[in-house]
Design a protein around this ligand. Structure first.
Ligand code: GLC
Length: 553
């Protein structure tokens, strides 16, 4: 059955083992702790986890600097604990995607240590070297303002090495067939330990040609097909979820015309315009971004998201729009990062206003793709702007109002638990919100259930309906003789819209699936909807007998 493509209609929860739950009182989260929380995640309703890097690492970039691809960092447990965790997930029907960081290693990785020590090392050609500092060395930094160059001299090697990211992250020479073979081996290893695939870090850089003489690096798309083939042969349901902040005209090159490259990517185009829509109430640029990213092979899927562990990157918006988002959500300099983004969590950006948070999540969950949420989002966790760079939004999960938010028994958590102000763990925590039927947590659980029961969104085709105002987005999804209609008012004031839903006779009746109201069309077949400020409405088109009407094809 085509619906075996599980990632087309999943809800993915991103978390870092380090900050989720500490079981042994050393202040650092671990796999044992995470396993104990799996019932919580199952109860929330998520059916896939994206696990951030947990391999041995000096931890200079939150684990995105790996020293051993075949182990678990001892601070988080052992491989045994990892397998216990994937087994626990399997028992609960939760899939696991893990970060695959193979654009670069840590400079402490034995491969790099060997490569720099000896020109004849078998690993020398696993990295990118140059005898002199290449011309564009001070361009193309990923972390402007913090990272100074992309070529750094290594005294031991007597040469410069290339690093797209920080200087402690030397780029792997991914064109080298030995490196490619190793990447496959790494994937094969974790597949065997129970994962369903990988969130591939920095895909455009992984596949880029690299070297001192390369002026305009070309992407080596064939590599993506190699990864895909390998994974599918090893385990048919395993996928790559690519981190690729690319232009729409390149989408198909990454997905592959026949869906023969990577099956899933984060939709950065929609992400940035979504924040613009939240800031301005104008949904038009987002509708354009949706249109530009509509075309994809039928096996491909978008990962939709609001915030992640990095800064909210606004680099693809034009200056005016970017300024507008900065003004609305990160007006002060210390909230901004790398001249292009905002380093805050969503809840503080929206002033902790539950109505607006609900609007934002309802909107994201109803976009064409698979929603990806981040730990703590479900309770509206805040950020700690006193922490450097992106650490501001990586603080420990807030479980209860007990010391350290119930994250650890230690009084020295790996990163400080937020304990001051309206987002402190005394106010914002899971235990408290569990008791309150109107809490964000309980609302999110209902949203997840509603989304999972609307496979039309993950699988179907969509149409953006005419609402007569850019402040209101109405989208209809059609799949197997069923339709859902989802309407959002992004404006802070109430509005009345008149909608022609289409769908013939069925389109005359709308049943609200979150609320008790329904709507019947007027004589001209149009629905008159009164939407409150920041309202969201999810409707079944044509009545609640829809499952009796659903077809096989
Ligand atoms: C990706 C990650 C980011 C990391 C970088 C280098 O962009 O999301 O957190 O710093 O890659 O690996």
């Amino acid at each position: 059955m085509i619906s075996d493509l599980w990632y087309k209609n999943a809800v993915i929860y991103c978390l870092s083992v380090e900050t989720f739950m500490d079981s042994n009182g050393d202040g650092v989260g671990d796999f044992e702790g995470l396993s104990r929380r799996l019932d919580y995640l199952a109860g929330l309703g998520v059916n896939a986890i994206w696990l951030m890097p947990f391999q041995p690492s000096p931890g200079k970039d939150d684990g995105y600097d790996v020293t051993d691809y075949y182990d678990v960092d001892p601070r988080y447990g052992t491989l045994g604990d990892f397998v216990d965790f994937t087994h626990g997930c399997k028992q609960r029907g939760i899939r696991v995607l893990i970060d695959l960081v193979v654009n670069h290693t840590s400079d402490q990785h034995p491969w790099f240590q060997s490569a720099r020590s000896d020109p004849n090392s078998p690993y020398r050609d696993w990295y990118i070297w140059s005898k002199t500092k290449p011309a564009g060395a001070d361009k193309g930094m990923i972390f402007p303002g913090v990272q100074e160059t992309t070529w750094t001299r290594d005294d031991k090697a007597g040469e410069y090495y290339f690093h797209r990211f920080f200087k402690f992250q030397p780029d792997l020479n991914t064109s080298n067939p030995h490196v490619q073979a190793e990447i496959l081996k790494i994937m094969g290893f974790w597949i065997q330990l129970g994962v369903s695939g990988f969130r591939m870090d920095a895909v455009p850089f992984v596949i880029a040609e690299k070297g001192a003489d390369i002026k305009k690096p070309k992407e080596q798309f064939g590599m993506l097909r190699t990864f895909r083939e390998f994974l599918q042969w090893r385990q048919g349901d395993s996928i790559i979820l690519g981190e690729a902040n690319i232009l729409p005209e390149d989408n198909l090159k990454y997905f592959g015309d026949d869906g023969d490259r990577i099956p899933m990517m984060f939709n950065f185009q929609v992400n940035q315009t979504l924040f613009y829509a939240l800031a301005s109430g104008d949904t038009e640029p987002m509708i354009e971004a949706l249109e530009k990213t509509r075309d994809k092979p039928h096996t491909a899927q978008w990962g939709m998201f609001l915030r992640n562990h990095d800064e909210l990157d606004l680099g693809r918006l034009d200056e005016e729009k970017r300024e507008m988002v900065f003004q609305a959500f990160g007006p002060e300099e210390h909230m901004q990062l790398y001249h292009r983004g905002i380093r805050r969590r969503l809840a503080p950006m929206l002033g902790g206003d539950q109505r607006r948070l609900e609007l934002a999540y309802s909107l994201m969950f109803s976009l064409p793709g698979t929603p990806v949420i981040r730990y703590g989002d479900e309770i509206g966790m805040g950020d700690d702007l006193e922490l450097p760079e992106r650490n501001s939004c990586r603080t420990p999960m807030q479980w209860s109002d007990e010391p350290q938010g119930g994250f650890t028994k230690s009084d020295k958590p790996v990163l400080p638990v937020i304990s001051k102000g309206p987002f402190g763990y005394e106010h914002i925590n899971v235990a408290e919100q569990r008791r309150d039927p109107t809490s964000l947590l309980n609302w999110m659980e209902r949203l997840i259930r509603m989304r999972k029961e609307a496979p039309e969104i993950g699988w179907g085709d969509y149409a953006v309906l005419e609402t007569g105002t850019p402040g209101v987005l109405a989208m209809r999804y059609d799949w197997r003789n069923n339709s859902v209609l989802i309407v959002h008012n992004l404006k802070p004031e109430p509005v009345e819209v008149h909608l022609d839903v289409g769908c013939g006779e069925h389109g005359k009746l709308l049943i609200d699936i979150a609320d008790s109201e329904s709507s019947e069309a007027d004589g001209q077949g149009r629905h008159r909807l009164l939407l409150e400020a920041h309202a969201y409405r999810w409707f079944r088109v044509g009545g609640l007998d829809y499952l009796l009407r659903r077809t096989e094809l």
